[in-house]
Design a binder for this molecule. Structure first.
Ligand code: ADP
Length: 468
C-alpha cells in the first residue's frame, strides 16, 4: 500500500505542536507494517533544511490569481527520517523561516496544494490514499474531485484527519480566484456560513474523515466551532483514532536530551538527577514537588488561568515549585513572565519553543499540568507517562481517553472544569500524593509501563485505508 501524507508540519523538519509529531511518527510505524509513505510538506528556510542534502525531484509552474509561480520539489535526505519526504518550494511564497503567522497564509496553503497536485500529474505518481492533515491541505479532496485541472487524480481515495477543529482556514469569497477553476454549481462544497471554509470542504469531499481521539470525535459532534452540524451529517464516514507516541524518540532510556537516562528499575534516581538539573538552573528547592507545563499559551490550553493558579498556590504557602515552557498570546506571555520576579525561587518560565528543554522537563518534573479547555488528543500527557511523570489533566478530549484518576483505580489526577479552583485543588492533591513517597514511586513505575506507542493506532489507520 502506498500513502501520500500532506501536512504543513513534520518533526524534525518543522514543528509547532503535536501535528509535527504525528506526521513524523505515523509513516514510520506504518513502514514496519509494510505501508510505504511519502510525506509532502512545504520547504522552510531553517537549520534542518540547511544541514541536510536536498535533491530536486521536479518543478513546474502554478497559477495563482493570474500570476505564475515556479515551484520546485526537493527530496530531503536525512538519516533521522526512515521514509521519503519531499518539500515544495516556491521562492518568496513557500520558503519562510517559520510555519505560521504570515499575512499571505491562504495563498501559501493554496499554492502548496496546487503545486503538489501538479507534480503528481506531471510525474504520473499515484497513491492508494492521499492523507491530508488539517485545514492547510484539506482542499485537496475538492481539487481532485471537482477541478478540471486535477480531475485525472480523482481515482485516489482521500482521508482527512482533523487534528484541531478550531482552525478551519476560512477566507472571503472575494479570494475565490486563488482556487483552480471549477463549475460554479459546486460552490456549496466550499462554502460554510458565507465563507470559503477549507476544513468544511475537506469534511464534505474526503472519502473518510477522522479525528485524533474517540472522545474528541463525540465532542466535535456537539461543538466544532460551527461545524458540528456538518460533522453530524457526515458521521457515517467519521471516526476517532487515538494518536500514539514515537517510543524511539520518547524513551527515557535513550533520550539524548536528558541529563541522565533511566528506566523503570532506576526511575527514582534517574528522575532525581534530571530534576536536580532543573532545580539548579532555576533556583528551586529540590525537595519540593515540581510541577511543569509545556504548551502553546492559548485559551484552548487554559494558559490564561495559569497566572491565577500560580498566585493561589504560591501566595498561601510555598510548598511546591512550578515551571512553565511555552509561547502564544503576548498578554499571557507577559503575565506569566511577571510571576518570575514575584515568586523567585518557586516559579520560573521560559517563553519560547525549546525542544531540548521540553524533554528535560518531561523527565525532571514530578507532575505535568494539562488543564486544557480543548484537547483533541494531547501528546504531552503520554510523553509524561512514559517518563514517569504523573499527569494532572482536565477530563476532555484525548486526555479523558488516556488518563484515569487515582481515585478511580488509575494513575493520574483529573478534574472536571477548566477553573482556577479545579486546577489548584488538583495541585493540592498532587502535593499530598508526593508526601506519600511509597505510593508516589509505585505510580511512577506503573505509568512507565503503559503502552501508548503508535503500534495499535498505526494499524487502525491501515484498516481505514483498506476500507476505502
Ligand atoms: P498541540 O495542541 O500544541 O498540538 P499536543 O499536546 O498535541 O498539543 O502536542 C504538543 C507538542 O508540542 C509536544 O511535543 C510538546 O512537547 C511540544 N511543545 C509545545 N510547546 C512547546 C514549547 N514551547 N517548546 C517545546 N516543545 C513544545
Amino acid at each position: 500500500m502506498k500513502i501520500l501524507h500532506t501536512s504543513f508540519e513534520c518533526h524534525p523538519i518543522a514543528k509547532a505542536g503535536g501535528l509535527a509529531d504525528v506526521v513524523s511518527a505515523l509513516p514510520k510505524y506504518q513502514l514496519a507494517l509494510d505501508v510505504e509513505s511519502l510525506v509532502v510538506m512545504p520547504f522552510y528556510k531553517n537549520l534542518f533544511t540547511d544541514k541536510n542534502k536536498l535533491k530536486n525531484m521536479g518543478n513546474g509552474t502554478i497559477n495563482l490569481n493570474g500570476v505564475e509561480f515556479k515551484y520546485f520539489i526537493e527530496k530531503i535526505n536525512s538519516e533521522e527520517i526512515p521514509y521519503s519526504v519531499c518539500l515544495v518550494r516556491i521562492d518568496n511564497l513557500i520558503d519562510t523561516e517559520h510555519i505560521y503567522g504570515y499575512e499571505d497564509e491562504k495563498e501559501r496553503y493554496i499554492a502548496f496544494q496546487k503545486a503538489l497536485l501538479d507534480w503528481l500529474l506531471k510525474c504520473n505518481l499515484t497513491f492508494d490514499v492521499i492523507h491530508c492533515h488539517d485545514h492547510h491541505t484539506s482542499l485537496i479532496p475538492f481539487f481532485i474531485n471537482y477541478c478540471n485541472e486535477y480531475i485525472k487524480l480523482k481515482d485516489m481515495a482521500t482521508v482527512l484527519t482533523i487534528h484541531n477543529a478550531q482552525y478551519q482556514g476560512q477566507f472571503s469569497h472575494d479570494y475565490i480566484n486563488l482556487l483552480p477553476d471549477f463549475s460554479i454549481e459546486n460552490i456549496g462544497l466550499l462554502d460554510w456560513d458565507g465563507f470559503v471554509n477549507p476544513l468544511a470542504a475537506g469534511i464534505k469531499c474526503a472519502t473518510r474523515i477522522n479525528t485524533v481521539s474517540p472522545t474528541y470525535m463525540e465532542e466535535l459532534k456537539e461543538n466544532a466551532c460551527g461545524l458540528e452540524g456538518l460533522l453530524q451529517s457526515e458521521s457515517n464516514k467519521f471516526s476517532g483514532i487515538l494518536n500514539g507516541i514515537d517510543t524511539c524518540i520518547w524513551n527515557p532510556e535513550t533520550d539524548r536530551l536528558l541529563l541522565r537516562n533511566y528506566k523503570i528499575s532506576n526511575v527514582t534516581s534517574g528522575k532525581r538527577a534530571n530534576k536536580l538539573a532543573l532545580c539548579k538552573k532555576y533556583g528551586f528547592n529540590k525537595d519540593l514537588p515540581l510541577f511543569g507545563f509545556i504548551g502553546r499559551l492559548v485559551y484552548e490550553k487554559s494558559a490564561d488561568l495559569l497566572t491565577d493558579v500560580v498566585k493561589e498556590v504560591l501566595l498561601k504557602n510555598k510548598n511546591c515549585n512550578i515551571l512553565i515552557l511555552g509561547s502564544g498570546y503576548e498578554e499571557i506571555e507577559k503575565e506569566i513572565t511577571k510571576l518570575k520576579k514575584e515568586f523567585k525561587g518557586n516559579f520560573h518560565s521560559y517563553i519560547g519553543f525549546d525542544e531540548e528543554l521540553s524533554h528535560l522537563i518531561y523527565a525532571g518534573v514530578d507532575f505535568l499540568l494539562m488543564p486544557s479547555r480543548i484537547e483533541p488528543c494531547g501528546l504531552n500527557q503520554m510523553y509524561s507517562l512514559r517518563y514517569g511523570t504523573i499527569p494532572i489533566v482536565r477530563r476532555t478530549g484525548g486526555l479523558k481517553d488516556t488518563v484515569i484518576d487515582i481515585g478511580d483505580g488509575g494513575f493520574g489526577i483529573c478534574h472536571e472544569r477548566a477553573s482556577v479552583w479545579d486546577i489548584t485543588y488538583s495541585i493540592y492533591r498532587a502535593i499530598d500524593l508526593y508526601k506519600n513517597q511509597k505510593i508516589f514511586r509505585k505510580i511512577q513505575k506503573q505509568i512507565m509501563k503503559i503502552d501508548n506507542s503508535w503500534s495499535k493506532s498505526a494499524k487502525k489507520y491501515i484498516d481505514l485505508y483498506k476500507s476505502i
